[in-house]
Design a protein around this ligand. Sequence first.
Ligand SMILES: CC(C)(COP(=O)(O)OP(=O)(O)OC[C@H]1O[C@@H](n2cnc3c(N)ncnc32)[C@H](O)[C@@H]1OP(=O)(O)O)[C@@H](O)C(=O)NCCC(=O)NCCS
Length: 154
Amino acid sequence: LRVRKATIEDAEQLSSLLKEIGWFASFRDHSARESTECVKKQLALGLADDSHSISVAEDDHGKIIGYVSVHWIPYLFMSGREGYVSELFVRETARDQGVGGQLLGGVQAEARRRGCARLSLINLRNRESYLRQFYVKAGWHERGEAANFIYPLP
Ligand SMILES: CC(C)(COP(=O)(O)OP(=O)(O)OC[C@H]1O[C@@H](n2cnc3c(N)ncnc32)[C@H](O)[C@@H]1OP(=O)(O)O)[C@@H](O)C(=O)NCCC(=O)NCCS
């Protein structure tokens, strides 16, 4: 297993990984080529500057088996940035073998190097990762007093 920073050439593999996860309607409804174009566009934004980090885990054959995406957000009321982990996905066939833990550990190490104040993420309560306490076991604390809002846009 090798963890490295993502490059724009990873778009196709990342797109196939997301399609395989099966959670996202846009990946079900679009062709592989359309999905790859969409991932490429977002990936380019994520690679454009130092306020995002996208890392991939690949196996011995160079196949991407997981990835993590973090955004380093400055808050005026905090002394260091918050790292917001927006995506952490491991292919189903590669789960439960330490890949997710290694990707998350890499984020925690980078946050320390960057002098961040904290990390945060959203984990839906009906997900297996929540039910199996993946983040709690990695030392994360659930903020029970917080409500998570979204404002949907067309
Ligand atoms: C959650 C996830 C990132 C963990 O990565 P992983 O490589 O499977 O996990 P590791 O092997 O490093 O760690 C093992 C722990 O991961 C969790 N886990 C393992 N398999 C899992 C699965 N199929 N689904 C969800 N969580 C799983 C458990 O907490 C497990 O600990 P346990 O065996 O004591 O219950 C990965 O399973 C995944 O991508 N799941 C689907 C997407 C997801 O839920 N992403 C995170 C929230 S958006």
